[in-house]
Design a protein around this ligand. Sequence first.
Ligand code: ARG
Length: 461
Amino acid sequence: ASNQMWGGRFASGPAAIMEAINASIGFDKKLYAQDIRGSLAHSAMLAQTGIISAADQEKIAHGLNTILQEIEAGKFVFSNKLEDIHMNIEARLAELIGPAAGRLHTARSRNDQVAVDFRLWVKDELFRVAEALKGLIAAFLERAEEHAATVMPGFTHMQAAQPVTFGHHCLAYVEMFSRDLSRVRDAIERMDESPLGAAALAGTGFAIDRHMTAKALGFREPTRNSLDSVSDRDFALEFLSIAAISATHLSRLAEEIVIWSTPQFGFVRLSDSFSTGSSIMPQKKNPDAAELVRAKTGRINGHLVALLTVMKGLPLTYSKDMQEDKEAVFDAAETLDLALAAMTGMVRDLAVNVGAMKKAAGAGYSTATDLADWLVRTLSLPFREAHHVTGRAVALAESRKVGLEKLSLAELQSIHPGITDGVFSVLSVQSSVKSRTSFGGTAPAEVRKQIRYWKKRLAKA
Ligand code: ARG
């Protein structure tokens, strides 16, 4: 038999393979609530504008609400033959209310229908992501406050560079996830237009009211071009790129947690709830959650590239290629939600080994820059000369196998006669971090200032 929705000009039904490649109901049933919301708004508008009768609209609305309940109660029978969520719902509506169901699709196409459903879904998901990001940022602010003065090594090239504080390091992630949050906000703002009423591609001759449906669905306004309305998937691409950037931040953090929790570093210990053991090596505690966050980022990045690749060759307007947008977005969303939740838990539960961090902070001549700065400030040496003098001090300390602060004054004076006792006050890791008071620097006082700033901003967000 031919398809009951579009089979008018077809003599026979599709081949089984055709049905299998064409059907999207397996994944787009996720859009059921948005689809019903869209249809309720559309039918209310059709009645309001006199395009359908109030009696038909009442039947339609009642039928749609029944379907919503059926789906949520798990009683709805989805059919592959009916391709997608839109036709599954419409066919059931016809069963429930008869011919009035056939009037719902007046002045509408599946092209604007799917565009509006999917936008509603992505918009909702972005609100969820915003909440999750806020939770993660709050967890980091708490850890930053606790460890505003906890000294750890700061790295470049993964080599110890200068001492920093763990609080400052936490705030670096606050900055990253706050940018992600602002990207979420921007994207919501941009996608806040309703494509409903663009119909197949050209608009419609019926006197519909697109402003009314836009408002009913919580959009700022209707989209301004019917061709773009049915062929635009920027909102999905933006969601995926936000997800990819945010996941990339999560992945870098995951990588740091993996490194920091090795016995060799020992900076942090993961809670039992976020690690696993080995089935053969009894001593092991593995950072599986962090590793999986790191790995799942690859999956999210893949979805972004996949949809960019689907879209890049499509002429205006709708092509069935675009049906491939959904699995990418759904899986990226599910993966990102999970990664954000797991990371928030890990950050909250992380046990910080202050002693190990401090010990490592002093290794590798990490206060050499402080010595050079002291030479500039106290002896008025040009920085380049101070750099050279300090290099010789490091070489001497290295040959003695001691830290810079363990060189005697006589040894230091053998490198530069102007050096005095005062130099020792800048060679400790604590005095090093304390001195970095420039705006955005690692000094505990500055870190506390930035925490106050972010707490205020987050309260307003
Ligand atoms: N299932 C389709 C999709 O996800 C709905 C739109 C179908 N439109 C069409 N003209 N075939 O894209």
